[in-house]
Design a protein around this ligand. Structure first.
Ligand SMILES: NC(=O)c1ccc[n+]([C@@H]2O[C@H](COP(=O)([O-])OP(=O)(O)OC[C@H]3O[C@@H](n4cnc5c(N)ncnc54)[C@H](O)[C@@H]3O)[C@@H](O)[C@H]2O)c1
Length: 435
């Protein structure tokens, strides 16, 4: 027999209280019955939101109670998809605040565009929900800080959608980096190049039927409707996201920081432009190089849209370049290539070792297990916050067109424009959460 997690926890709590042993943190029901169901709701149902929900539905202990989207077309289609999989139609909402009022929902998945992560996240934490939130956790450094604070304040279990963190081969690669065998690591390269992305300019149009465009814009500035700024394509506009620098940057820079045990850089330089794709189709640069300076190494980010030949003939990856050898890891696997100069006799090449391709399902499973055990998931809010801040800093250096220095103690840059973008200006009636 399966029981709802909240019901199970409630009865456990009553028993524990009766026995005088309840030492539970308020608002956090410690509960480890492996058979209890985790009841979930999805906010933002189109691309990655639904891809996540599909992995949730693969698990035996998940019940889907509700879906929320501001596009009725997406919402109705996804409702049918869920009904087909689960045999029961979920309740449907346009306004995420209504979904969050539901007492039976344990956890929410946030799959909205980046400008719409912070508010649902903070409200969900306030409502006592655990959260699986997509990356980058936010569209500004300030929002990242607010979200991490909310998760701490309300003691929530949070998994960020950086699913490589649950990948065995990624962890093997990082263990190798931490072993010190590569020698002094002087540079870490991170990159993503993508030939399948080639947006072209489009005319403004009327808003498609069934879409609440004002709600889709939410805290972002009011703009005429253009398909190039809407579903999926929002990622190429500063109002909603940060281009490939933050989109893929957080996945890969996360491992650079993890490997180097690093957090914020001392300074950041970035250059690039829209060399191949019309600025009317994509505001964020189609080509970009960012250099982060740390005390004893340099971190590079490189991206290009419209081509696919990246360093080491890989479309994306992380390369730790040491005095003895270079380790390269990507979603497919990892390997170690030896330096010829100063070759160490005891060091042997590690041939390419493939991943098992199960990183995403494992990531979802890790979250569900942590919802029950109250442990910290593999891609915690702190991990998501740290890397999103660093990726955002790349964009701030690019937009400031200047080398910028970060002052961690005073939480500011030595650059006026970069400082002005630390916190976004929310469009009324929305306002940045105050905690
Ligand atoms: N982890 C990964 O590998 C991965 C992969 C792709 C995308 N993502 C992330 O997922 C997020 C979504 O990207 P996508 O490509 O799936 O976007 P998408 O445009 O395909 O889907 C976003 C959905 O959110 C809905 N939405 C917008 N505002 C809303 C609101 N206020 N309330 C409810 N629904 C709202 C939209 O109508 C749309 O259906 C982004 O943050 C992106 O970076 C992560």
């Amino acid at each position: 027999m399966t029981v709802n997690r909240r019901d199970f926890c409630k009865s456990s709590l009553t028993l524990a209280a009766a026995a005088g042993v309840a030492s539970l943190v308020p608002g956090t029901l410690s509960c480890s019955n492996p058979n209890s169901k985790v009841v979930v709701g999805l906010i933002g149902c189109k691309g990655m939101g639904f891809s996540n929900l599909s992995r949730f539905m693969d698990q035996p202990d998940v019940e889907v109670a509700a879906l929320c989207d501001v596009d009725e077309n997406v919402l109705n289609k996804r409702a049918l998809d869920v009904e087909k999989r689960m045999g029961k139609k979920p309740d449907l909402y346009k306004d995420f605040r209504k979904l969050l009022e539901r007492k039976d929902i344990d956890a929410v998945i946030i799959g909205t565009p980046d400008h719409w992560h912070c508010l649902p996240f903070v409200y969900a934490c306030e409502a006592g929900k655990d959260v699986y939130v997509e990356k980058p956790i936010a569209n500004s450094i300030g929002e990242c800080m607010i979200m991490a604070k909310a998760a701490r304040k309300y003691n929530r279990v949070v998994q960020v959608g950086q699913w490589q963190r649950s990948g065995t081969h990624w962890q093997d690669a990082i263990d190798y980096v931490h072993s010190g065998k590569l020698g002094q690591i002087r540079t870490v390269k991170t990159w993503a190049v993508m030939s399948w992305l080639k947006p072209t300019p489009k005319q403004n149009t009327t808003v498609p039927a069934g879409v609440d465009y004002d709600f889709w814009l939410g805290p972002a500035p009011e703009r005429p409707f253009n398909p190039n700024r809407f579903h999926f394509h929002f990622r190429w506009w500063w109002d909603y996201a940060g281009g490939l620098m933050t989109d893929w940057g957080v996945h890969l820079i996360d491992f650079a920081l993890y490997g180097m045990n690093a957090a914020r850089p001392n300074s950041i330089m970035a250059t690039g432009g829209n060399f191949s794709i019309d600025k009317a189709a994509m505001e964020t640069p189609d080509t970009m190089t960012t250099i982060y300076e740390y005390d004893n190494f340099m971190l590079q980010w490189e991206h290009a849209i419209g081509i696919d030949l990246g360093p080491y003939k890989r479309g994306h990856g992380v390369a730790f370049i040491g005095d003895n050898a270079t380790l390269v890891v990507d979603r497919g696997g990892w390997e170690v290539m030896l330096e010829k100069a100063g070759k160490k006799a005891e060091l042997v090449e590690v041939p390419r070792t493939k991943g098992d391709g199960k990183d995403h399902p494992k990531h979802v499973r890790d979250f569900l297990d942590c919802v029950k055990s109250r442990k910290t998931p593999k891609a915690s809010i702190e991990i998501g916050k740290n890397v999103a801040m660093v990726a955002q800093m790349g964009n701030l250096a690019y937009r400031a067109q200047s080398k910028i220095h970060w002052d961690e103690k005073n939480f500011k840059f030595d650059n006026e424009l970069a400082n002005s973008l630390i916190y976004p200006n929310y469009r009324a009636p929305w306002s940045l959460p105050k905690l």
